[in-house]
Write a protein of this length. Structure first.
Length: 201
């Protein structure tokens, strides 16, 4: 009887196809687009700085809320980057690790600043004036340093994809805005830490 043999042949075809045609990873362009899309919400959150206030307690409260939002946004970006995986280029694992490590340091700066801001006595205007600059100093220290996006876009393939990506263009513009609009009492650093144009090659 030929039916079992025919059925076996039909079942074998999909298995063979699946074995030879597994899901392909993202292209460099797709990876770069997704990478920028992962980081962009954090930068946009960093741009949404609190308004100036002459009331010390209000100033501390709005700054603490801002730092909480940026920390949460950085956590979201790190999670998205982890799911994205390594870049599809030579040393892609190392590039992705440096990106996550650099963003993790930025996240720690925002989180640490929040902890110090919340420790200031809001009922003591002199303490606010005295202690706030030191509390937010970790954010200022980020300015002028080589950021994680600079390291990633040092790869020529990723740099070319970055320049061609609309999402990465938005990220560059948001990063420039972040550097130009520091939060109350604290200069904020954009995640790429340089020109925001994204290109190292």
């Amino acid at each position: 009887m030929r039916t079992p043999r025919l059925l076996g042949a039909l079942l074998a075809v999909p298995v063979a196809l699946l074995a030879g045609c597994g899901p392909a990873g993202p292209t460099v362009e797709q990876w770069t687009d997704s990478m920028c899309g992962a980081v962009l919400p954090f930068v946009r959150t960093a741009v949404a700085t609190p308004a100036e206030s002459t009331d010390p307690a209000e100033r501390l409260r709005t700054l603490s809320d801002y730092l909480a939002r940026t920390t949460a946004a950085a956590d979201g970006a790190l999670g998205d980057l982890d799911r994205l995986g390594p870049a599809p280029v030579d040393d892609g694992d190392a590039l992705a690790a440096r990106l996550q490590g650099g963003l993790g340091e930025i996240r720690s700066a925002f989180s640490g600043a929040r902890t110090r801001v919340e420790a200031i006595d809001a009922a003591d205007p002199a303490a606010v004036a005295r202690d706030l600059p030191a509390a937010v100093a970790p954010l200022g220290a980020l300015n002028g340093t080589t950021g994680p996006l600079d390291q990633v876009t040092g790869n020529p393939e990723i740099a070319a994809a970055f320049r061609a990506s609309a999402v990465c263009g938005e990220l560059s513009r948001a990063a420039e805005q972040a550097r130009a609009t520091p939060p109350t009492g604290a200069p904020t650093a954009a995640p790429n830490g340089s020109t925001g144009e994204g290109g190292g090659g």
